[in-house]
Design a protein around this ligand. Structure first.
Ligand SMILES: CC(C)(COP(=O)(O)OP(=O)(O)OC[C@H]1O[C@@H](n2cnc3c(N)ncnc32)[C@H](O)[C@@H]1OP(=O)(O)O)[C@@H](O)C(=O)NCCC(=O)NCCS
Length: 190
């Protein structure tokens, strides 16, 4: 099936996920702007003006759906966070790759209710079953214990700790890397 003809909306027990739309910009800006500390373990700075968030949405729009899928997460009819499969890579020269990287964040008002684990399980299933991915990777800074816990609960395999992988706030940061292969997902799903 071609990526454009896939139905990207996902329903779970408590959540509704759909590809982000421009109408989500103001809510996404509001969450990130009001909770700047949340981005300290992520790759971007909190947006200072709504145009920053608009720019991000427009950039991602160009990648959808071949290179990335970014879903808005709705809980009780409210947009509460974002989850994505990014850097989707299908081939590299003679190699078949079929790999993507998982990323996510959630409005702090909703932390600790299992929301990201539920969204993550749904996106893993979508990535393997609908997008035909072979492997999904994820990483977190060693200091990000909540993200580590989500990754463990999702059943990823720890690969290793990459040293001095990112520079920000005047220092180098390590990155803990994990992976899941489609067979492992199917085993834990059955
Ligand atoms: C990571 C994040 C998405 C988790 O969302 P969430 O919906 O609260 O996650 P869940 O409720 O599914 O699971 C969180 C787990 O982390 C645990 N946890 C939370 N804070 C923790 C901390 N400081 N230390 C250790 N564990 C922690 C919770 O107890 C829970 O584990 P449990 O179910 O065994 O009790 C959220 O914290 C977030 O948005 N963080 C900022 C953005 C970010 O860091 N994104 C990831 C970048 S790699």
């Amino acid at each position: 099936m071609s990526p454009k003809s896939i139905q990207y909306e996902i329903k779970t027990e408590r959540l509704f996920l759909r590809p982000k739309r421009m109408e989500d910009v103001s809510r996404v800006f509001e969450i990130l702007n009001e909770n700047p500390e949340m981005t300290r373990f992520m790759s971007f700075d909190p947006p200072e003006k709504i145009e920053d968030t608009q720019k991000f949405f427009l950039e991602k729009e160009k990648e959808f759906p071949e290179k990335s899928v970014v879903w808005s997460i709705f809980f009780q009819d409210k947009l509460v966070g974002i989850i994505s499969l990014e850097d989707i890579c299908r081939t590299q020269n003679a190699w078949k790759i079929d790999r993507a990287e998982l990323g996510y964040w959630l409005d702090p008002l909703f932390h600790g209710q299992g929301i990201m684990t539920e969204a993550g399980q749904a996106v893993l299933a979508f990535g393997f079953e609908k997008l035909g991915l072979h492997k999904i990777t994820v990483g977190h800074l060693p200091q990000n214990s909540a993200s580590q816990r989500v990754i463990e609960k999702l059943g990823f395999r720890f690969v290793g700790e990459l040293r001095d992988h990112f520079f920000r706030f005047g220092q180098w940061w390590n990155d803990k890397q994990y992976e899941m292969i489609v067979d492992e997902f199917q085993k834990q799903d059955s």
